[in-house]
Design a protein around this ligand. Structure first.
Ligand code: GUN
Length: 299
């Protein structure tokens, strides 16, 4: 029997743990965890994500601050806002929603966030801590951290002897995912668009993680029987069977056929997606514990 991971359920359990942790911090120190979310421009999808993040922060008992800036905001204005948020002791996490409008340069903005408030895990200091195996000192990017919760709940904390293949080499996901798997003792391969015989590389994986942005690219013949398959892709494709002009979301994995070969698999939607917000909340409460000089909880 294949196990289909219920990402909503796992995310809810992480959120429960975050609520408990934030309440305990408040009881012990009087500190209320705070998250600032910044969005620039009018992209509807980004607004939907940001609203969900702000709402969830409130639900976790955090101070939740949202800055909604107009499309024509300048680089200097955005940089000044980040400096203000950096200096605010009531805010433990800062997230600048990406992508920014085209006239803005996101990299200097992200790198100007204090590393200890960089709950997105995108600052080079946090990327560097992860790369050196310092998982307790920095903050880990939310989507790989969420995917790793699934891996650990399936295989335990020690992946010794297991082969893991990550398809995709982005800074946002592929590289940090590979680092997390490596830190857990997996034997890790990062595959990408230039990899020769990708199917054969993937068939070697006990843990296969797909993050390429190509709808249903991973086929049943790529999956080792009994493998764990984590699908990080979110692709909108036409669905004429649902009516004219309709679409639906699919992952990077051809779910139905791969589910027949895998032992454990994540669906899209309802897999890794819900974990991203949950891990953002986890990172924020971790940052608040550290600021208060307390040992941070693990999620
Ligand atoms: N846009 C889409 N996903 C993310 C994310 O995880 N963090 C930020 N900052 N922007 C995003």
């Amino acid at each position: 029997m294949t196990t289909v991971i219920d990402g909503k359920q796992v995310a809810a359990s992480v959120i429960d743990a975050v609520k408990t942790a934030s309440q305990a911090l408040k009881d012990q120190t009087g500190v209320k965890t705070g998250l600032a979310v910044v969005i620039v421009g009018d992209d509807p999808a980004s607004h939907a994500y940001v609203s969900a993040k702000s709402r969830m922060a409130k639900e976790c008992g955090f101070t939740s601050v949202q800055h909604t800036l107009p499309e024509e905001t300048t680089q200097e204005e955005l940089a000044a806002l980040v400096q203000t948020l950096n200096r605010d002791d009531n805010l433990h996490g800062i997230l600048v929603q990406l992508p920014l409008p085209k006239h803005l340069n996101s990299e200097p903005i992200i790198q100007s966030i204090l590393p200890e408030k960089d709950v997105d895990g995108l600052h080079v200091v946090n990327a560097g801590r992860l790369a050196t195996g310092d998982l307790d000192g920095g903050l880990v990017s939310c989507t790989p951290a969420g995917a790793m919760v699934f891996v650990k709940r399936t295989h335990g904390a020690d992946l010794s002897g297991l082969n893991a293949v990550v398809i995709g080499r982005s800074n946002l996901f592929g590289k940090p995912m590979a680092q997390l798997l490596l830190a857990a003792n997996a034997t890790v391969t990062i595959a990408h668009s230039r990899t020769k015989d990708l199917a054969a590389v993937c068939r070697n994986a006990d843990i296969l993680v797909a993050a390429v942005g190509r709808p249903e690219m991973v086929k049943a013949g790529w999956v080792k029987p009994g493998a764990t398959v984590i699908d990080v892709g979110i692709n909108r494709i036409a669905a004429p069977e649902r009516g004219e002009g309709k679409s639906r979301l699919v992952g990077d994995v051809a779910f139905d056929e791969c589910a027949e070969v895998a032992a454990v698999i994540t669906p899209v939607p309802g897999g890794v997606g819900p974990m991203t917000i949950a891990m953002l909340m986890a990172n924020t409460v971790i940052a608040a514990y550290r600021k208060a000089g307390k040992t941070a909880p693990k999620f």
